[in-house]
Design a protein around this ligand. Sequence first.
Ligand SMILES: Cc1ncc(COP(=O)(O)O)c(C=O)c1O
Length: 369
Amino acid sequence: MSESVNQIKINLAALSHNFRAISRIVSPAGVLAVVKSDAYGHGMLPVARELSRLGAVAFGVAEVWEGVALRQAGIEEDIVIFLGCRPAETAEVVRWGLSPVVFELQTINELSRQALSAAKKIGVHLKIDTGMGRLGINGAEVVPFLYHIKELGGIYPAGIMSHPPMADNDDPTSTLEQNKKFSRIVKTCLELIPESAVHIANSAALIRFPELRRDMVRPGLSLYGCYPADNFRKLIDLKPVMSFKTRVIQVREVAKGCGVSYDHKFVTQRAGRLAALPLGYNNGYLRGLSNRGQVLVHGCRAPVVGRVCMNITMIDITDIPGVVPDDEVVLMGSQDGAEIRTEEVAEWLGTINYEVLCLLGNNNHRHYC
Ligand SMILES: Cc1ncc(COP(=O)(O)O)c(C=O)c1O
C-alpha cells in the first residue's frame, strides 16, 4: 500500500521518558494512563501496549467500545470507562471485565444484574463532582449511593474519583479548596469502603499538587509530552511525543503583486519563491492557520501564506535558499535545532494543545519510532 507523504511521527522513547518522569514524581501512586480519543491522537493500541510494558496500573478511555478494543488487543490491566456505560452496554462491560465510572442508579442496577448472571465481579469507580460542574454525583448523595452499591451483588466500589477544573490556573486556591472538599468526602467513603482506590489528579494536578496524587493519578496530556501551561516546564521534564512532517511538492518563482490561494488573502509584496505543501484542513491543518502558521524548512521558519485549502498549503520560502521539491517540512516538531511546539500551533489556531494533538494525530497516517 502506498503511504501518505503527510506523516505523524510518534516517538515511543519520548512516551517512555514521560511515563517514567511522571511515575518518579508520583510514586508510590500508580499511573492510570489516559488513552481515550485514540490516545490524544497518538494511537490507542501502540501507546497502551508500550505503557503496559512500562508499568501503567490502569488505562482510562471515554467509551465502552474503546475498552473492548484494548481488551481485544491483549491489555490486561484495569480499564476505567470515564463516561460510564449505558444500561444497554452493561453486558459488554461484564463480558470484557471493564470498570465503568458510575453516577447513575439505573446503570448500576443493570450492571449488577448482568454481573450476577455471569457470576462475575465488576469494579466500578464512583464519580463525585467536587467542583468540575460536569459529570458525577453530589457529595450529599455519596453515602446512600455507596450503600446501594454495597447491597447489590456482582459489583464492588473499586474507586472513588473526582476531577479538578482549575489545576493549571496560576491561583491554587480553588484547587486546594476542592481538595479539602474531596478529602472530607473520601474520609466518609473509606469508612464504608476501605479498599477503594482514590484518584483525582489529571496532569496539571499531579505535577503541581503533591496532595492530590492519592492512590492513582490520571495523566493524559503530560504522557504525550505537553505541558498544561508554560509555568509547568520548570516542574517536570517532558519530551514531545508527536511531530508532524510533510514534503514540498512544488517550488515556484512568483512576481511581486501575485495573489496566492483562494480569495487572494495574501498578495506577494516582492518577487520571491513559494512552495506548495500537500496538506490542508483535511489533515487537521486548519484554515485558521491561513496567513498565521509557520513551518520549518532547512531548519528555518517559513510563513504559511494565503488560505489553507483542503489539501494544499502554500509557504513563502523567499528567504530560505535552496529549497527543492521533496525537501522535508516540519509543521510541528523539530528540524536542525529549530522547533515548532504544539502550543505555538494551538496559539495560532486560538485553541489548546489538547485539540491540536487530536486534530493532527487523528487525521493523518501515524508512524512509530
Ligand atoms: C476523567 C479524566 N481524568 C484524567 C484526564 C486527563 O487529563 P490531562 O490530559 O489534563 O492529564 C481526563 C482528560 O480529559 C479525564 O477526562
